[in-house]
Design a protein around this ligand. Structure first.
Ligand SMILES: [Zn+2]
Ligand SMILES: [Zn+2]
Length: 303
């Protein structure tokens, strides 16, 4: 069997459950040769993960997942992955810091809105749960576990919802606790990654964010200079995923982009992103071959 990888993994530096050391160990146990540490708007785990990876023989790729809003498309959210950029660059760190602070502000506002809706939850509890940067899953997690909210949940959902269900019902765009946070435009994110030591910019999980068959979005990202798309990703089922992988691989070929792949792993728990699919998408018997990383590295060299 060839070497396998995962180019989209979260840690406690954002909303993942595992520390950089733990995640590298898990990758080793899963039999992966390389993983990219790609936290939301944070590079806080990269160095620790590289160090841990060197010790036990897992190649760690420095990465980040930038949150962007496309203003001309009703502020639709797109995530841009950056690979092999200068993660110590001062300008980059200041942009990330601004994003981080806005995460906290947003979490505070979401908590306020949930309070107004009658949920019992405080920002302090959310802050305590989030070891790294605060995300919507932390807010949801706290609200779900509070016994005081049980009756309300039964009224609304007929049961206690999981994190995904709660976010979907209350926090996404158009829902009562939705709160926009400071973020950059997709083009600026791509530009930033390129400028920071010639990093490689990749459109994250298009299978979730680009409507099937809507080529115009891929074309726009290609025009903005994106280097690749994360064609290999998980949807609800393996069969669904394969349909999307095929489509976005074709799109990548058409627009001369590289293909990357990742699980978006956050946790082993179901209901959290990536939990059911596992590191490397291995729980679904899907494989992300090492050649994908080779292509990414070649792209970096050409730049
Ligand atoms: Zn994402
Ligand atoms: Zn992610």
């Amino acid at each position: 069997m060839g070497k396998l990888i995962d180019l989209h993994v979260h840690t406690t530096a954002s909303d993942g459950d595992y520390s950089p050391e733990e995640i590298v160990k898990k990758a080793k146990e899963a039999g992966l040769s390389a993983i990219a540490i790609s936290d939301h708007d944070s590079v806080g785990s990269i160095e620790k993960a590289i160090h841990a990876g060197n010790k036990i023989g897992v190649e760690v790729v420095p990465a980040v997942e930038l949150t962007t809003y496309w203003s001309k498309k009703d502020n639709k959210e797109f995530h841009i992955l950056g690979y092999y950029f200068d993660y110590k660059n001062e300008e980059l760190l200041s942009v990330l810091e601004k994003c981080q602070r806005s995460r906290e502000d947003r979490a505070k506002k979401i908590v306020e809105k949930l309070n107004e809706l009658g949920f019992v939850i405080t920002y302090e509890e959310v802050d305590e749960l989030a070891k790294g940067s605060i995300g919507m899953p932390h807010v949801a997690d706290v609200a779900i576990k509070k016994i005081e909210n049980k009756k309300k949940f039964i009224d609304i959902f007929g049961k206690i919802p999981d994190v995904k269900e709660f976010i979907h019902e209350f926090m996404i765009i158009g829902k009562p606790a939705y709160t926009k946070k400071y973020a950059i435009e997709p083009f600026d994110a791509i530009d930033l990654i390129h400028k920071m030591g010639g990093g490689v910019a990749v459109l994250a999980h298009p299978c979730w964010d680009v409507p099937f068959g809507d080529e115009s979005i891929i074309k726009q990202f290609a025009d903005w200079g994106i280097d690749g798309i994360e064609a290999i990703q998980g949807r609800e089922t393996k069969e669904e995923s394969e349909k999307y992988i095929k489509y976005f691989s074709e799109m990548a070929r058409k627009y001369n982009l590289i293909i990357t792949g990742g699980s978006d792993f956050h946790s082993d728990k179901d209901g959290k992103p990536g939990g059911d699919r596992g590191l490397g998408l291995l729980k679904w018997n899907m494989k992300i071959p090492y050649e994908i990383l080779k292509n990414l590295q070649n792209k970096k060299i050409i730049k």
